[in-house]
Design a protein around this ligand. Structure first.
Ligand code: URA
Length: 243
């Protein structure tokens, strides 16, 4: 169920505020009946009309995108840099990324036009697990790996428990590959966690998001999520498990 003004705004009829005005002015009908109450909620099957013109409800779409490095997780950029939606010009719906990956981070990003779904997945209360592979300039010792896992004091507070695993360490080149799984989604979190111990993340890739992974995909690839996967993601976000 969604608020009437949101449905009207999402259909591109008017801004949210203008939509509210249209409702108050009695220009909106739901299933043929005039509605002037702003709090009214409608479902996908309700027929909404503005001034007698049916409001087209966009089909919800869900994609898994392997975001390359050097692309902004946004729908537009004032500096004209490449944005994730540049890869989705074949999609007529107005889609956006669920959460974000840094410009220099590659990896798994969900794209959708379903705002409710996006809120569910990005709300800190739910916290779907996200696994990153980080190339670090240096080799963190076991104590540091343990601290990364138990909690790191950042300027916006302690990090929640994480899973951390050294994948490889190159003593000659003094660099390491670390896998880290977090369920928070703070800004530049993984980079800041390593920076807290004096390490720079040279490369960062999101490998997994809940049960989704990038198997068989290359940077820039897109695949549609199945209805089952979307349902499972909802369950995961709502309950923390797949039951
Ligand atoms: N953590 C980061 O530091 N960057 C990302 O893009 C994602 C998680």
């Amino acid at each position: 169920m969604e608020r009437l003004q949101k449905v009207i705004a999402q259909a591109g009829f008017a801004s949210r505020r203008k939509a509210e005005q249209l409702i108050i002015e009695g220009k909106v009908t739901v299933n043929g009946k005039k509605v002037t109450e702003l709090g009214t909620k409608v479902s996908g099957s309700d027929k909404v009309e503005v001034g007698g013109i049916p409001v087209e409800r966009e089909n919800k779409v869900y994609y898994l995108f392997y975001k390359p490095r050097g692309v902004i997780s946004a729908v537009s950029d004032d500096k004209n840099r490449k944005v994730v939606t540049d890869y989705f010009q074949f999609v007529e719906q107005r889609i956006f990324p669920v959460g974000r990956l840094d410009y220099d981070t590659s990896g798994l990003l969900i794209m959708t036009n379903d705002g409710e779904f996006s809120n569910l997945l990005t709300h800190p209360r739910y916290g779907v697990e996200k696994t990153y592979l980080a190339r670090i300039n240096g080799i963190p010792d076991r104590q540091i790996l343990k601290k990364l896992a138990t909690g790191v004091k950042l300027e916006d507070g302690m990090t929640a428990p994480a899973r951390v695993k050294e994948i490889s360490a190159d003593k000659k080149k003094q660099r390491a590959l670390i896998e880290i799984t977090i369920h928070e989604g703070r800004n530049r979190q993984v980079r800041r966690m390593f920076e807290a111990f004096g390490f720079q993340v040279q490369k960062l890739r999101r490998e997994r998001y809940g049960f989704l992974n990038l198997n068989g995909m290359n940077a820039g690839d897109i695949r549609e999520l199945s209805a089952h996967e979307v349902k499972q993601l909802r369950t995961l976000a709502e309950t923390g498990s797949l039951r």
